[in-house]
Design a protein around this ligand. Sequence first.
Ligand SMILES: Nc1nc2c(c(=O)[nH]1)N[C@@H](CN(C=O)c1ccc(C(=O)N[C@@H](CCC(=O)O)C(=O)O)cc1)CN2
Ligand SMILES: NCC(=O)N[C@@H]1O[C@H](COP(=O)([O-])[O-])[C@@H](O)[C@H]1O
Length: 377
Amino acid sequence: MGATSMMLSGFCSNTTIPSLHSAKIPFSATVSPPTISSTCSFPQSHKWVIFRVSPCSRTIRACRNSVVEAGGGSSGEDLRSGTRRKKLAVFVSGGGSNFRSIYEASVQGSILGDIVVLVTNKRGCGGAEFAREKGIPIVLFPKTKDEYEGISPADLVASLRGFEVDFVLLAGYLKLLPAELIRAYPKSILNIHPSLLPAFGGKGYYGMKVHKAVVASGARFSGPTIHFVDEHYDTGRILAQSVVPVLPNDTPEEVATRVLQEQRHGLVPVAAATAGRGLARWCPPHVGEFTLSTDASVITGRGVFGAGRHDSKWCWCGLALLGSLRFGFAISVIECDSKLSLVVLVMILRYANSIVHVVAISVTGSVRECMMFFHNF
Ligand SMILES: Nc1nc2c(c(=O)[nH]1)N[C@@H](CN(C=O)c1ccc(C(=O)N[C@@H](CCC(=O)O)C(=O)O)cc1)CN2
Ligand SMILES: NCC(=O)N[C@@H]1O[C@H](COP(=O)([O-])[O-])[C@@H](O)[C@H]1O
């Protein structure tokens, strides 16, 4: 399994409103005693932060501005890494703006994958036109009164298997994926939604409807979310988010433009790095500095740190252990998706104000680090 990236969208702030930054200096944070005391320093220049954890290292190391692996192998083999290029299915319903970004990234090699099939519910949409120009096969799904040649869910799964699809990317697809497909491709279907889920998500929230709702609500921030797809609209585990401001006089169209720009900037690397499992070993186009801090208000929440389902039972064991301690603290856990892992809990107790900083270091075939911040209230 290739090194696993841990997705963080770095909301760290002393203010009440999270402000996103990412620093320009290479990131390096190592576990160290409670003298850890600095705040998150993220200048406003970057948004998506993908941290890469190298095997057997206690250092989370962000990468430099480069693509670690350039694709381009013609025979489905990445010539430099010897990794088999993954096969992608992209689903669209409209113009295909994100689809085109993914296609370009695949051609340029920043995604170790090739789009082998386009799936759409509208054969005449812009995305389908682009696929025809590029010679990409098109599958119509689902069968509707308008698209009577559409196929059934079972045939869709069979078709994707026939194309040997490894990953499915939803790029503006507006129909509910069937449970058969979700089951056939566990943790291999990503969607990009144009709001900061869980806000403004679910049935009825798509395209401009999302941005109109954001503006109408008076929200001060919006931004795209990339998440795994489950059987319901927009409830899958969140992998990454990026925040853009919503200005007082913004129209929905202006918000849409800002969000779409951010999507383009983030979709490819996030899809490449986060779909994981060898799709690409990708370094973010920027580096981020992340240091633990006693005064950083780490904002928890499903939509911020993806503190959704945890695959690491050990993390939870560790939490249960620590939770039994009487520090009256609340736990905010950053997403960790380690599988079989031995969690070594290093507890560092600060007597001054009984703030407990715990860093769990999970050691697996490839090291991941779950950072848990405990604050007493
Ligand atoms: N099983 C899943 N399928 C899909 C998901 C998902 O998370 N799980 N995401 C959507 C994309 N999406 C938001 O990101 C989304 C798309 C469409 C709708 C919606 O309300 N659609 C309307 C029909 C619209 C039309 O036909 O023009 C509806 O269902 O009534 C909500 C969210 C893709 N599939
Ligand atoms: N809820 C799903 C949704 O709204 N997806 C949104 O559709 C747009 C792509 O449309 P396009 O393919 O027409 O450019 C994208 O902005 C994407 O976030």
